[in-house]
Design a protein around this ligand. Structure first.
Ligand code: PLP
Length: 306
């Protein structure tokens, strides 16, 4: 299958797309990125993604290298040449390659250095509903990241370390805790459901303003499901009826086990067969089923060009 990518104005086979070892994206993680899901050729929440890209670029002091129409032309060309069903556009802008390895962003003539602009198509396997409903097991970990998590930065080493912490504990993911409160997942946002209300932390420098988070809130409000954007204390996780983790690629994943404790209703079948020291597991909740159904309807409308 063709794997044509975009790099600095050119379309190339991925093997031929190379950048300088002096690129600041490579040396410092000095760049930002976006992942935009594509259903049936239509980009999901395109304007929200471009707005977040602009915000990330602004925050690190980079100009948007492309106009909206230029971005759209790049996406269209990539989607044309990389066929597939459900896909995603990955795009990345770094501050480019400087002659010297130097943290300073100033160039000798004071002009902005040409950034490195890269985009490619990711083939996405849509979450299998049956498989998704099996849910995921997570641990809580200390969120030791910086105070600028609202930037979708390519500096992801902290997230890699936190994800690894979860993997070493035999868990699929981690919920990050800062100052006794929930921030987000390693690559997702967190919702809890309590007494029929969806609760998620408000956007701030502590977390990435997820587009899926936004869509879930929008869909909930359109369907008269109550939503509260407020801080969530770590202790509330243990009292929650349901916990979800949301992202563009994972969509809405139900958490069924938190630090070895079942979330929501206990799965008597799974736990009945388990040895006494095994984690207990819950089952995906009713609100998750409802929201997942609404989310799939939203995707289907997009696939049909709506
Ligand atoms: C740290 C973090 N939080 C949240 C998200 C969810 O964002 P979105 O819903 O836009 O995919 C991501 C996605 O990659 C992420 O990396």
């Amino acid at each position: 299958m063709s794997n044509t990518v975009y790099l600095n104005g050119q379309y190339k086979a991925v093997e031929d797309a190379t950048i300088s070892v002096m690129d600041r994206g490579f040396l410092f993680g000095d760049g930002v990125y976006e992942v935009i899901p594509v259903f049936g050729g239509n980009l999901l929440a395109l304007d929200k993604h471009l707005k977040r890209l602009l915000n990330s670029l602004d925050r690190i002091g980079l100009q948007n290298p492309c106009s909206r129409d230029e971005w759209l032309a790049i996406f269209a060309e990539l989607l044309d040449t990389n066929s597939g069903h459900d896909r995603a556009i990955y795009l990345q802008v770094s501050r480019g390659a400087y002659v010297k390895r130097d943290l300073s962003v100033k160039t000798p003539n004071g002009e902005q250095h040409p950034p490195t602009v890269f985009a490619m198509v990711l083939q996405v396997t849509p979450p299998d509903l049956e498989l998704a409903s099996a849910g995921i097991s997570v641990i809580t970990v200390d969120d030791f990241r910086w105070n600028a998590c609202d930037i979708k930065s390519t500096s992801l080493v902290a997230n890699v370390m936190l994800k690894q912490q979860a993997a070493e504990a035999g868990m699929e993911d981690a919920i990050l805790i800062k100052d006794g409160g929930v921030t987000e997942g390693t690559a997702s946002n967190v919702f809890i459901i309590k007494d029929g209300v969806l609760i998620t932390p408000p956007t701030s420098h502590k977390l990435l303003p997820g587009i899926t988070r936004d869509l879930v809130i929008e869909i909930a409000k359109n369907n008269t499901i109550l939503v509260e954007e407020r801080d969530i204390k770590e202790a509330e996780l243990y009292e929650a009826d349901e916990i979800w983790m949301t992202s563009s690629t994972r969509e809405i994943a139900p958490v069924i086990c938190l630090n070895g404790n079942a979330v929501g209703r206990v799965d008597s079948k799974a736990n009945g067969n388990a040895s006494s020291n095994a984690s207990s597991k819950g089952v995906a909740g009713e609100m998750w089923k409802r929201m997942m159904d609404l989310y799939q309807q939203h995707k289907q409308t997009l696939r049909q060009g709506g």
